[in-house]
Ligand binder design. Structure first.
Ligand SMILES: [Zn+2]
Length: 340
């Protein structure tokens, strides 16, 4: 396994595909040169965490994102692009990080494991559907429901010229514990193919992480069962999965990308919604510019609190890993939505 990866990296280097500096010591760093374990390269913190859980001691996990950086903004060095090709498994979420999508396709993609192939991703359209349909928000007082989703689209288009349509997949699937558990199973299967001697270990690990995720899911279902408000005003549309799963209503000034720039009109519209409703808190994020959320909170005269989309971990994160951040988010939601 390791030998094959090393050979592949060496061949790419010989062919001059990588910068010379990117090739020197490449195998050393990702542990794929002749050592026994399996190497996994991931693009974002949640997948790094999941791969660590499922892989255990036998799997070397390299993450492409610097700790504490916004996963949407990722750029890759030539060495990192090389490691996407040379790792035994490139574990990523198509659509989350264009740089990783590009690296996978430029490296041939034989080792690629796209989470979107393991679980069905929600789309902007699904998020729109859940606003009215699931929650009975149609019945007056929530006329902002449809405009929310338009606002998201417009904001996304305003950004850097990417066009976003309603069918665009929402990559933030790790905020759905059930989908995340299915991704763990899919990864365990792939690791078992790469390292058949330990396939049973990977399956056991996936089962353990599924149990952990089920536990968090139960805490959320119970913690958010009875709340005075179910509206969450967030910085960017990262919480569609969470909202759908626990019957919350996401209101966001920005689209699926954290760097999409909301229009002043959209901000004013949400501020008015907040002022006219029983919303007490607007949520900010630790890793991205939450200026829009702070503007809304200021205009509406309500508090802000950190609701972390778990894109990465820093000192500013409300926990030190996926489970603790998810639990901190639940406490924050419970307080802001006045759940009993
Ligand atoms: Zn995001």
């Amino acid at each position: 396994m390791g030998r094959r990866s090393y050979a592949k990296a060496a061949a790419l280097c010989a062919a001059g595909v990588l910068a010379v500096s990117g090739c020197a010591g490449d195998g050393q760093e990702d542990g794929s040169d002749g050592s026994d374990g399996v190497s996994v390269v991931t693009g974002a913190y949640p997948l790094q965490w999941l791969a660590g859980q499922v892989g255990g001691d036998r799997v070397e996990v390299e993450t492409l994102a610097e700790p504490g950086t916004d996963p949407h903004e990722l750029e890759l060095s030539p060495r990192q692009i090389g490691s996407v090709g040379s790792a035994d498994v490139a574990f990523y979420i198509g659509g989350l990080q264009p740089a990783v999508d590009d690296a996978v396709s430029s490296q041939g993609g034989e080792n690629a494991l796209d989470v979107a192939e393991l679980v069905e991703l929600r789309t902007l359209e699904d998020n729109a559907g859940s606003d009215g349909g699931d929650h009975g928000h149609e019945e007056g007082g929530h006329e902002s429901g449809h405009e929310d989703d338009h606002g998201g689209d417009e904001a996304a288009d305003d950004g850097d010229g990417h066009s976003h349509d309603a069918g665009e997949p929402d990559p933030h699937m790790w905020l759905d514990t059930e989908r995340f558990a299915r991704a763990a199973e899919g990864l365990a299967e792939r690791l078992g193919e790469a390292d058949p001697d330990h396939a049973a270990d990977y399956a056991d690990n996936a089962e353990a992480v599924t149990g952990l995720l089920d536990g968090i899911d139960t805490e959320y279902s119970q913690g958010l069962a009875e709340c005075e408000s179910r509206d969450i005003v967030v910085s960017h549309s990262a919480f569609g999965y969470l909202a759908a799963r626990y019957d919350l209503h996401q209101i966001s000034p920005a689209g699926l990308d954290s760097h999409s720039e909301p229009s002043p009109g959209r901000l004013a519209e949400i501020s008015e919604t907040v002022r006219e409703s029983d919303i007490t808190t607007v949520f900010t994020e630790p890793l991205t510019d939450s200026g829009a959320a702070e503007t809304i909170a200021g205009e509406a005269g309500v508090d802000t609190a950190v609701l972390d989309p778990v894109g990465g971990v820093t000192d500013a994160s409300p926990g030190e890993d996926y489970p603790s951040i998810m639990r901190a988010n639940l406490d924050t939601l419970g307080e802001a939505l006045r759940c009993s």
